[in-house]
Design a protein. Structure first.
Lengths: 423, 606
């Protein structure tokens, strides 16, 4: 088992290139999002977000080197301990953190702050990968499934207690990872169905129409299946359940969601109901993006993002700057970049002999995809506003560092795949 | 099957990407309205500052009202092609001031409005309003400041000014913003939450170039400002102004209370200042001058000045001793100057034995020495030191019921509670060494370690007038829509001393004015005035002149305490002012006011 070339030359250069492009453009974009034509803050200045992001980029580079140099088998060995460590951190943060924006998410040590929740993402991915790749694991076994649910659910729950619903939602993406490993498609299908029912119930306030619609669909299905009494019965039962669910949605909506969360969903359906509150963010975001046209207004020339009309424009709404300054073509380039990244990671994951790395790879792709989909969806009004960063582009040390670690653990495991033949 | 799954997953990723591209295409390329909206869509929040509640006197006359002032706001981004010279001339500012202000505004925010020039007066505004239109980027924000019908009662009214950082931190209801005005002292402060009203918001649309496009959402998001509540005070404006006139050029305090309700009819703190000086543009410089005045006009003397009560305290001693049963009205005690000096030798020679009324009228010190000794050393135990402990604490608990030794709870901030000692106090002071009555006897005549505040003395006069109870003195009689004061002011406080004993005190006080020290300046034709002089020592400076009184004897309508610094015997300034105030209140226009020229002249130390 010889290594061909140095460790560095085995690392997939495509992903590294994509990563570097994203990080550098992300940095330039952060500068653009806070750019003030009248001030003379340089892109390197530590008082600007761009300057600080540069420090985080430097730290990430350091971390990459460490990750690659270290024996990659450590990630397998330490998967569970790492997971336990961050779960403990999540508990600690509940006691130690100040309340910021309604959530207790940050631990402060002196001048530094970090969010354990961000790092829990890769820790959970490692733990899931290790468990799901162990020799006796069968996805169909109830016990194994339960343990998986625990590995994913415990951190998610703790994050919910922190008050950060958005980040907790990320953990739902592990369904895709397990789907690849053989999990039945039903959870996915049901999940989508629930979302559709939920949205329909809210979009069409007069449920009579929905019942009529359900009835029509049920009648059609019965017509196609008129031979089987069992199937007819099943269709009727399902139709009744679905109709009841339309009512249930109202109840759940009002009792499980807090007013500001309710607001965010309602705003999605009709931004005009809260034009100055949450609806404001989305409206301003769409205006900023929409005003970009085909080619955008040009680098540093965005008027909406420059003049503070879009709130949170260097973090959650960072895409607005791209949309405004680089137009549809710029958006296209960004989406292509991300798609290439996802598909490349999956390609790399599929070529693994060791299940641990493959599963971890799918987790990486899924987690990155989730953030991408929700964040951009948020800015163009297709998803409720929740605080999810755009990987490598949103300003923030914890976010950049944790995504870097997430990605490069996979890259180093992939680079060493020839040594994994015995697994 | 597994193979298919990986395509399913990649398919999901790609579909989402395509959906986004389609939606983006729709927003960015097809739908032109966003581009337009970007041009037009700045919503500006204009704050509607509420009218602050007015302050009326007890008869509904306005004492404090609101006057509009204007802040000049600047939004740096919208300032284009400014004729700097013309602008500076218009506002009467120098070029360097202008540059400073512009720099400050830009440092705050390039796009958000900030205050360029504060509090332009009505007349100023009228002058510049027409020309101001020509200067882009500037807007007028109306503000409200306080105005006063009469330059009186400054300390009790208080003043308002911009909220400080500390006050913002303490804001538990998160109502206040930087730049809001808040009551800082007096009634403005105590009743801040009633007076302040509620901010409103108007939303206007301006486009990117700063041009007004009208109201946002047809004004549906606008909220109206809610004016603050107007409060009716207990003050009788005519009496108040008269008191201020009498106290001009002097230092001290006058408080008049209506005994049956505790409503304060007049509260004068001298020297004072014009409340209008702390309102408006010149607040800063005026405040500096006023706060550095060595006579301390900002110090609200009726509530804050503490001094030894002097002979007036003898009445309190008498009431306590009567209720405790250690003396009766007829108890005769010798004026034995070996115990303590007695300064009224002229009216009652050495060795005379007075009864209680006589002792009060002639202010006999040895009498009250013996009275308090009887009170404190009741022979409960053999050891005199222990006995004094017990007796003093018993004495103290009576005194507490009069409202001495603690704050009464007037509706003004900064009330001083004075100090009345108890056993623990002396134990600390003597640091473990034993003490008994003979160490603390000065308390008997209102000297020594007693401290009272003029408000407490006025309240005491009201208590005697009521023959045994009082209502907490307060300044606002209608604090809410249902026309009631705050609930604590409707509580009747009992002294737990029989009203028959109070009648004895009343008789003594009537005698003081009939034929005692009060007869020269406090006696009024047709009104039976009850009073007591006090002379508070202030070595080596002249004594303070103190007088408390109430009138008429039957069904009293007014109780008053007067305290004039450095004016000598209580019988002069104190009694004179009290008499004039009582006559003015009870007789109004038909008052003779015989002592007025004497008081106005202010020559008390002859």
């Amino acid at each position: 088992m010889k290594r061909s070339g140095t460790i560095f030359s085995n690392v997939d250069w495509v992903v590294v290139l994509l990563y570097s492009i994203m990080v550098v453009f992300g940095w330039l974009n952060i500068y653009a999002s806070e750019y003030d034509p009248l001030s003379t803050t340089s892109i390197f200045s530590l008082s600007s977000s761009a300057g600080k992001q540069l420090i985080f980029i430097g730290l990430s580079a350091l971390t990459i080197i460490i990750i690659i140099v270290v024996d990659d088998k450590l990630f397998d060995t330490l998967a569970y301990p790492i997971w336990i460590f961050f779960v403990i951190m999540l508990v600690v943060v509940l006691f130690v953190a100040r309340e910021v924006n309604g959530a207790r998410s940050w631990i402060e040590i002196g001048a530094f702050r970090f969010q354990p929740a961000e790092f829990t993402k890769f820790a959970t991915a490692l733990a899931v990968a290790k468990f799901a790749s162990s020799s006796n694991f069968k996805i169909s076994k109830f016990k194994d499934l339960s343990i998986l649910v625990l590995i994913v659910g415990v951190p998610a729950l703790l994050i919910i207690v922190q008050g950060d619903m958005g980040t907790a939602l990320v953990f739902s993406i592990f369904v895709i990872v397990m789907f690849r490993e053989g999990l039945s498609a039903w959870p996915l299908i049901l999940g989508v169905l629930m979302a559709v029912i939920f949205l329909l119930a809210l979009l069409v306030p007069d449920h009579l129409y929905l019942w009529i619609g359900t009835g029509v669909i049920a009648a059609l299905l019965i017509a196609f299946n008129r031979n089987s009494v069992k199937r007819i019965l099943a269709i009727i039962v399902v139709a009744i359940v679905v109709s009841a669910m339309f009512e249930g949605v109202d109840y759940a909506f009002n009792s499980f969601l807090r007013p500001h969360q309710q607001n965010r969903i309602l705003v999605l359906l009709n931004p005009n109901i809260d034009p100055l509150g949450v609806g404001w963010n989305v409206t301003q975001s769409k205006i900023a993006i929409g005003s970009g046209g085909i080619a955008g207004k040009g680098y540093l020339r965005g008027t909406q993002t420059t003049f503070d009309f879009v709130p949170e424009q260097s973090t959650d709404f960072i895409f607005c700057t791209i949309g405004e300054e680089h137009g549809w073509l710029g958006s296209l380039a960004l989406i292509v970049l991300f798609m290439t990244l996802f598909l490349r990671i999956i390609y790399l994951a599929e070529r693994q002999k060791w299940a641990f790395v493959r599963i971890y790879g799918y987790a990486v792709a899924s987690i990155l995809f989730f953030h991408f989909a929700v964040n951009i969806g948020m800015t163009i009004g297709l998803f409720p506003v929740i605080g999810i960063p755009l990987p490598f582009f949103s300003y923030g040390g914890s976010s950049l560092l944790s995504f870097t670690i997430l990605l490069f653990i996979f890259l180093t495991l992939d680079a060493n795949r020839m040594q994994h033949l015995q697994h | 099957m597994i193979d298919n799954r990986k395509y399913v997953i990649q398919g999901i990723f790609l579909i989402i990407g395509v959906v986004f591209l389609i939606q983006l295409f729709a927003i960015q390329v097809i739908d032109k309205s966003y581009r337009q909206a970007a041009e037009q869509n700045i919503v500006q929040e204009v704050i509607q500052y509420p009218y602050r509640g007015l302050l009326l006197d007890r008869n509904g006359e306005i004492m404090v009202y609101n006057e509009p002032l204007f802040d000049l706001m600047i939004t740096p981004k919208q300032v284009v092609n400014l004729d700097t010279l013309g602008f500076c001339n218009l506002l009467n500012i120098t070029k360097s001031e202008f540059n400073e202000k512009i720099a400050a505004a830009k440092a705050y925010s390039y796009v958000k409005p900030s205050i360029f020039y504060k509090q332009i007066s009505n007349t100023e505004f009228a002058r510049i309003e027409g020309t101001l239109d020509q200067y882009k980027g500037f807007a007028i924000q109306p503000r409200i400041v306080r105005a006063y019908s009469y330059p009186a009662m400054a300390n009790a009214l208080g003043y308002i000014s911009e909220i400080s950082k500390n006050e913002l931190k303490q804001d538990t209801i998160n109502y206040y913003h930087q730049g809001d005005y808040i009551g800082k002292s007096g009634l403005e402060s105590y009743y801040e939450s009633e007076l302040r009203g509620k901010r409103g918001k108007k939303f206007k649309i301006r486009n990117v170039r700063g041009i007004d496009q009208g109201r946002f959402n047809d004004g549906k998001s606008d909220t109206l400002a809610i004016p603050g509540q107007t409060l009716t005070s207990t003050i009788d404006l005519e009496l108040q102004l008269y008191g201020e006139k009498l106290m001009a050029g002097k230092a001290g305090s006058v408080i008049a209370i209506e005994p049956s309700t505790g409503e304060i009819l007049a509260i004068v703190s001298a020297p004072s200042y014009d409340p209008g000086a702390l309102s408006g543009r010149n607040f800063g410089e005026n405040f500096e001058v006023i706060s550095q005045d060595t006579l301390k006009p900002l110090f609200n003397r009726p509530l804050m000045a503490s001094y030894r009560p002097g002979s007036i305290f003898k009445i309190v001693q008498a009431l306590v001793a009567l209720q405790e049963g250690v003396i009766v009205a007829n108890t005769k005690l010798k004026c034995n100057t070996a115990l303590i000096g007695c300064h009224n030798a002229a009216s009652h020679p050495f060795g005379t034995s007075e009864d209680l009324v006589g002792a009060i009228t002639n202010s006999c010190n040895p009498y009250f020495y013996q009275v308090m000794r009887k009170m404190v050393m009741q022979g409960e135990v053999e050891d005199p030191y222990q006995d004094s402990h017990i007796g003093l604490d018993k004495w103290r608990s009576y005194i507490d019921n009069f409202g001495f030794g603690g704050t009464l709870g007037i509706d003004l901030p900064g009330e001083n509670g004075g100090m009345i000692p108890n056993s623990a106090y002396y134990d600390r002071a003597y640091r473990g060494r034993a003490w008994k009555f003979s160490n603390i006897y000065s308390l008997a005549i209102g000297e020594g370690e007693n401290l009272v505040v003029p408000l407490q003395m006025a309240n005491f006069a009201a208590t005697v007038a009521n023959r045994g109870h009082y209502y907490t003195p307060h300044l606002i009689k209608k604090a809410s829509e249902d026309g009631e004061p705050l609930p604590q002011f409707l509580v009747k406080h009992e002294t737990e001393i029989n009203s028959e004993y109070f009648e004895i005190a009343v008789e003594a006080m009537a005698e003081v004015v009939r034929s005692g020290t009060g007869q020269y300046r406090a006696k009024l034709p047709g009104i039976e005035v009850c009073g007591k002089t006090g002379t508070v020592q202030n070595d080596p400076n002249p004594d303070h002149s103190v007088f408390i009184a109430f009138a008429p004897r039957i069904n009293p309508k007014i109780a008053i305490s007067v305290y004039v610094e450095g004016a000598g015997q209580g019988a002069r300034a104190g009694a004179g002012i009290a008499g004039l105030m009582i006559e003015k209140y009870l007789k109004r226009d038909s008052a003779v006011l015989r002592m007025e020229p004497y008081i106005l002249k202010g020559d008390f130390l002859y």
